[in-house]
Ligand binder design. Structure first.
Ligand code: SF4
Length: 179
């Protein structure tokens, strides 16, 4: 297993000292300790298993701890076709996760319904929950899934501490009838 050292956040350094803002320090810690909850329903989930395997080793990014309990997860990874009947279940899992939380739609099905333009399939999970990053492909390669996670890490790193209390965020949740 290899280890990497996280980059320092922006700040001021000198002989024997380094100073930054609390927001950046917390962002750094959060971004490098994300606990993903894999919500896998079909083929994209198999691609995710490859991403977790030793060849691609997602744990390199400080996220080896998969959580199958929504209360101990802060990144929801939705992989696969989501039938409309599954929509309320997905929403329930999302609402059970503690704030702050992020969501990746992995693959064409989770992002837009994919090739299943039919009455029974949700045409993208953003019909029921907010999404932070979309990963294209059918299925996406592990490199693309990793790229999606790196993008989430960037979002997490730079998210202001007050964002979750902002009127804009409350408005977003109200739009999804979650707040
Ligand atoms: S995007 Fe393609 S590979 Fe992924 S779940 Fe849908 S059909 Fe399967």
């Amino acid at each position: 297993m290899s280890h990497t050292i996280a980059d320092m956040p922006e700040g001021f350094g000198g002989e024997g000292f380094f100073a930054t803002s609390l927001s950046k320090a917390i962002g750094l810690a959060r971004a490098n300790s994300i606990w993903p909850l894999p919500f896998a329903t079909s083929c994209c989930g198999i691609e995710f298993m490859a991403t977790m395997g030793s060849n691609y080793d997602l744990a390199r990014f400080g996220m080896e701890r998969m959580s199958f309990s929504p209360r101990q997860a802060d990144l929801l990874m939705v992989m696969g076709t989501i039938a409309k009947k599954m929509g309320p279940v997905l929403k329930q899992v999302y609402t059970q996760m503690a704030e702050p939380k992020w969501v990746i739609a992995v693959g064409a099905c989770a992002s837009s319904g994919g090739i299943f333009d039919t009455y029974s399939v949700l045409q993208g999970i953003d019909k029921v929950i907010p999404v932070d990053v979309y990963v294209p492909g059918c299925p996406p390669r592990p490199e693309q899934i990793i790229d999606g996670i790196l993008k989430i890490q960037e979002l997490v790193k730079h998210e202001p501490l007050r964002r979750r209390y902002s009127p804009e965020y409350q408005h977003l949740l109200e739009k999804y009838q979650i707040a």
